[in-house]
Structures are given as C-alpha cells and as structure tokens.
Design a protein around this ligand. Sequence first.
Ligand SMILES: [Zn+2]
Length: 148
Amino acid sequence: MAAVRTKKRDQPAGAVGVLPARPGRERSERETEEIRALLQGRYDELCAEFDEATVAVEAMRLEQNTDRAGDDEVDSGTKASERERALSLIHSIAERRRQVEYAMVRLADGGYGWCEGCGSPIAVERLAVFPSATSCVACQQVAERRVA
Ligand SMILES: [Zn+2]
C-alpha cells in the first residue's frame, strides 16, 4: 500500500493563546482575567451540554413510555441502557460544571490556580485543559512518578 501523504495545514492564527510558563512569579491581573474568561467559557459550554443531554434523556423517556408496546425485551433493554449512559453523562457534566463553578469562586478570592505542591502559579494553558488542576506540570509529574 502506498503511503498517503498528508499535507500539514497551518494552524489558524490566534486560535490558542499560549503563554509561556514562568514558575515562581506572581499572577498578573491580565492573566487572572484570562483565567476568568476561560472558566466562564467552560462553564457556558457545560451548561449547553447539560441542557442538550437533559433534552435527550427526556426524549428517550417519552419514547420509552409511548412505544413500549411494540418493543421486544432486547429492544427495551437496549433503550434502558442507552438512557442509563445518557444519565451518567449528565452526572459527569454536572460534576465538571460544579468544579468550574468552584474554581470561579476560588479565583475571586485569589485562591485558584496555585500549585499545592510548590505554590507557583499553574500555567494558564494547563488550566485551560484541566480547570480543576491543583498542581503544576512539574509537581504533577513528580506525583505520577511516585504512584508508578
Ligand atoms: Zn508545583
């Protein structure tokens, strides 16, 4: 089989604003604002996902109630497990939303985004990926090595 050559596409400019991490310094006002916007964006996303999942589960529930007569046992079993999966998705969304909400509260009192291990500010790009991160990359790696 011939190797397929994929052309590398350029990243859209300004898609991700990655700041260099400089451990040991204070967090600037601008950076705090950036984190606030980031958390707010994540929160809004989770709210939308939550609503979507809730609507989906409600639709499944209605469907289950209305055409149960035509289902054989396998069918209704599949539908029940589908609904269970959707419900557990809702729970995980709600949990993530709760974490983001908590992060916003802590950010407001200045207690968010600091490494529990070394006290340095956690890099903004790390918080963007893991809003509930409580340690910087270096400390996280040390902790992971300890576990492994
Ligand atoms: Zn650290």
